[in-house]
Design a protein around this ligand. Sequence first.
Ligand SMILES: Cc1cc2nc3c(=O)[nH]c(=O)nc-3n(C[C@H](O)[C@H](O)[C@H](O)COP(=O)(O)OP(=O)(O)OC[C@H]3O[C@@H](n4cnc5c(N)ncnc54)[C@H](O)[C@@H]3O)c2cc1C
Length: 327
Amino acid sequence: MGFWIYGERTEEGFHPVVLELVGVAQKIWPQPEEITVVTLGAEGARPVAEALRAYGVRVLWLHHPELSYFRDDLYAAVLAEKVRAFKPEVFLFGATSQGQALAPRLAGLLRLGLTAHCTALELKDDRLIQIRPSFGENVMAKIVSRTRPQMATVRPGVFPKAQPASVEGELIEEKLEFLPPSALKRRAVFSRPSKESPLSGARIVVAGGRGLLTKENFQKLFELAEILGGAVGATRPVCHMGWISEDHMIGVSGETVAPKLYIGFGISGALQHTVGIEGAEVVVAVNTDPEAPLMKRADIAVVGDATQILPRLIRRLREVKEGDHGT
Ligand SMILES: Cc1cc2nc3c(=O)[nH]c(=O)nc-3n(C[C@H](O)[C@H](O)[C@H](O)COP(=O)(O)OP(=O)(O)OC[C@H]3O[C@@H](n4cnc5c(N)ncnc54)[C@H](O)[C@@H]3O)c2cc1C
């Protein structure tokens, strides 16, 4: 059983990152029949296991009444036993709250290496090249595991989702008789209203960085976003300066966006920011420095003062919208 993916369940079914991991597995793993989504749950989780089969993957469903809700110590112990038995080559997790709790526990139990927060994956022979931005530096680190299975967590929103397949995958169901003890017991459930990112699903993102110089200049991005029907994004420093809340941050510490159009005003294009826009179709950069990394990467690079260009662009777009096509 070569390529394993953790099938994280949610209230609604399974986490969207599971399909993203299936998508990347189907792209890089040469034996598609070896791709296995492993999901844990009680009998009530059966529809989730069934639903995953539609994507052409094998589903290993481990069930027991005690697995009805997530407990990292219990889930890790169950998975460790299965990893020892089946010896997969790769085991991927979404870098979600659950994945980030479970993967390190499992790696610890099995004394394996683990790469956190990958943004790209490649396969060379049977080695999984786990790619992620390095801490602090402007380089992408390529990490290979010395241990097996090669374990990594992957940032949600980076890979396209797998599509339903023409042939359903096999469902392997295992009713577990004995479970290891867990130190955790759920006493109560408090639902937290799910707060969607202001950037999620945006088809146009207008983002600003330190080059906009003041909070007042930055605020103009909201006008532009309104005209274009888009959302406002930001770099980390401007969030930290209090120009905008952190849920607008794009990059390794913030959101991943995949809009049709991204326009960056006064943004240098540090790797920690650009990993969050890898899925953008068209990138426009406005910067006084033509050598800035974002200018090099952009499809359209505008050399100029963003504090001047932004209000002029807003004015011009308003004129066009109002039907005045004069210059
Ligand atoms: C562990 C770690 C995680 C990080 N995570 C993130 C993250 O998730 N997201 C993120 O964005 N950053 C992140 N960073 C910070 C990142 O490394 C950069 O420092 C940051 O992205 C730079 O932001 P900036 O482009 O706004 O500022 P700067 O790098 O200061 O760039 C400002 C740019 O504006 C240009 N400029 C100046 N004046 C003008 C003008 N008048 N008109 C036009 N252009 C002008 C300059 O030429 C320059 O290119 C992280 C850093 C670390 C160490």
